[in-house]
Ligand binder design. Structure first.
Ligand SMILES: Nc1ncnc2c1ncn2[C@@H]1O[C@H](COP(=O)(O)OP(=O)(O)OP(=O)(O)O)[C@@H](O)[C@H]1O
Length: 289
């Protein structure tokens, strides 16, 4: 794997050779390649700073959960990371490749499950997953076996020849997930993967994601479902109003919460609400009194 720029280097460094710098973790103890690095990443929409100077480094093999309230900037960040939305300024490297300098090479390393699925409605589920395999250059025989296995495991096999236009929300999401992982991506981006998914499929997806990380895939996903993030993620980042306000393992965040006078056994939900500054205010509707 190629290396990306040193995330601990000065954030103001502008011209970096992402292929030549060696990677070291925060303690300078091991050489750990970073799967995702953002440097001073900004996206403005008119006067609104949707993402404000984001510096984030995700190590290879991590399962990284990206949290934030509605409108915090999660989807905007993911879109910039995967090459769907051009940053106003700043850089993103995935697997050591600058996403905006070399988008095709970067895209070949990734799998992406976007928030709003724009699927090929007139293809069947089976055709769509197969098509994705071809797009990623997977060998024909692997496409055949992987497609059937994905359809089976994701419980789409009985609807495999139905057109996607006739799929339910959850079925579309599962088909999109299958299409995003058929090439065994080095880095998988998932924007709200569990939204609209029933508990049975949710379990299946969690198992698949676990298997992917075991086989070396780095996963970056956003979610509002704290329990899932708590259960799956090795590290968590919290964004609020476009700014990264907390980052670390759950243990790091708990220790930080207890240092701030919080509970050392705090749940991720407690930590999240605390970090984004939610107080126990009165949320009653006056006209319901
Ligand atoms: N195309 C756009 N044009 C204008 N403003 C936008 C656009 N896309 C996003 N925004 C704004 O950028 C901010 C961040 O939006 P984003 O969709 O990234 O939030 P989010 O954290 O993914 O929210 P949610 O959890 O509700 O999906 C919001 O204020 C949103 O209104």
């Amino acid at each position: 794997m190629m290396t990306s720029p040193d995330p601990n280097a000065s954030a103001t460094t502008s011209s970096i050779d992402p292929y030549s710098q060696s990677m070291q973790n925060q303690n300078n103890t091991t050489n750990t390649p970073y799967a995702i690095v953002t440097r001073n990443l900004v996206r403005q929409f008119d006067q609104k700073w949707a993402v404000n100077n984001l510096n984030l480094s995700v190590r290879a093999g991590e399962f990284f959960g990206f949290l934030g309230p509605n409108g915090a900037g999660k989807s905007t960040t993911i879109k910039m990371m995967v090459g769907l939305l051009r940053p106003s300024s700043g850089n993103v490297w995935v697997g050591g490749v600058d996403v905006w300098q070399d988008p095709l090479r970067a895209r070949a390393l990734m799998g992406v499950l976007p928030e709003y699925l724009n699927l090929y409605e007139r293809l069947s589920g089976r055709e769509f997953i197969t098509f994705s395999g071809h797009m990623y250059g997977v060998a024909e025989k692997d496409i055949l076996t992987r497609t059937e296995e994905l359809l089976q495991v994701l419980d789409l096999i009985n609807d495999a020849d139905k057109l996607i236009v006739d799929y339910s929300v959850g079925m579309r999401k599962k088909a999109a997930l299958a299409a995003a992982i058929i090439h065994r991506p080095q880095v998988l981006f998932l924007d709200e993967p569990f939204e609209g998914i029933d508990p049975v499929s949710s379990r299946v997806i969690r198992d698949i994601l676990h298997d992917l990380t075991r086989s070396g895939t780095t996963i970056f996903f956003s979610s509002h479902i704290m329990e899932v993030v708590e259960r799956l993620c090795t590290r968590v980042g919290i964004i609020n109003q476009g700014v990264l306000v907390a980052e670390g393992t759950l243990q790091d965040l708990r220790e930080r919460a207890s240092g701030d006078g919080g509970d050392k056994d705090a749940t991720l939900e407690d930590i999240f609400l605390n970090v984004i500054g939610v107080r126990n205010e009165n949320h009653n509707l006056s006209w319901l009194d």
